[in-house]
Design a protein around this ligand. Structure first.
Ligand code: 13P
Ligand code: ZN
Length: 270
């Protein structure tokens, strides 16, 4: 059995949570990540027949039965993940149609997975249905995107177009745009279901007055997706109160589509 702390998925998770904390996106216990693992890879590091304890999930997701996830703990601080990964992270395998999570490693102080587990697991189901390569769901509280939800129209087309107009490469990084949910109570199955529905058409879902969800094939790509949207929101907040003299026109966006071989969300460009 190889040492679990040397597993590439764990090393990468520690790097990512630390980096997100350093970006100021995850104050206190803010934010959570789930990473879909390959069962065969997990078995190189853990005796997967040994279940430490079983945790009820409070939802059903038969599609995820037998799937392994590395996930951040509820109430845990991203800044502490690197110093105590086994306390702040856990590896679970879903069972009983997703109703229960078998803990195989971590949460060693008796803790459990993030309170946003429903939104994560339901989003994995949604993303896997449109892209079988999807492995990551990431949630955080980046200040500029969050601030933007107080002063910008929450219409998804309008919100997306503003972000696309803030940096040339935004449309290249998230051509499908950004979906937006109005304020909803977090940590519930309801916000989980609403997020998953939005995840069917975009990898970024803004939670108004709360934060953002990103999804992608790996931690780097998902981090980069949120990073790009957050940078655009930062530029928006720098200029929103100033007279707008220039912008990236729809004609320029169409040139970007051709140059980078991407297709903007239907109906979002004139
Ligand atoms: P957890 O500590 O349960 O992960 O919650 C943090 C959060 O960001 C809730 O939306
Ligand atoms: Zn949150």
């Amino acid at each position: 059995m190889k040492p679990i702390l040397e597993a590439p998925f764990l090393v990468e998770m520690i790097r990512t949570t630390t980096n997100m904390y350093n970006h100021g996106w995850d104050e206190r216990n803010g934010g959570n990540i789930s990473l879909l693992l390959d069962g065969k890879e997990v078995a190189q590091y853990l005796d997967v027949r040994h279940v430490i304890r079983t945790i009820p999930t409070g939802f059903t997701a038969p599609e995820l039965d037998g799937r392994y996830f590395l996930v951040t703990g509820t109430g845990k601080y991203f800044k502490n993940v690197e110093v105590a990964p086994d306390v702040n992270l856990g590896i679970v395998r879903l069972a009983d149609s997703g109703r229960q999570a078998d803990l195989l490693w971590g949460f060693s102080d008796g803790g459990q997975f993030t309170s946003e587990f429903p939104a994560h697991m339901m989003s994995h189901v949604a993303r896997l249905s449109v892209d079988p390569a999807n492995r990551v769901v990431m949630h955080c509280h980046p200040a500029n995107l969050l601030a933007m939800t107080y002063v910008h129209d929450l219409d998804e087309r309008a919100f997306t177009r503003t972000l696309w107009q803030m940096c040339t490469e935004c449309i290249v990084v998230f051509p499908e745009g950004v979906n937006v949910l109005p304020w909803m109570l977090c940590g519930t199955n309801e916000i989980g279901e609403a997020t998953a529905e939005k995840m069917k058409t975009a990898r970024l879902v803004v939670w108004a007055q709360h934060g953002i969800y990103g999804a992608g094939k790996d931690l780097d790509e998902t981090f980069g997706l949120i990073e790009t949207a957050e940078k655009a929101a930062e530029i928006y907040l720098k200029i929103a109160h100033l007279p707008l003299l220039n912008t990236i026109s729809d004609d320029a966006m169409h040139q970007l589509e051709k140059r980078f071989g991407i297709k903007a969300r239907a109906g979002y460009l004139d």
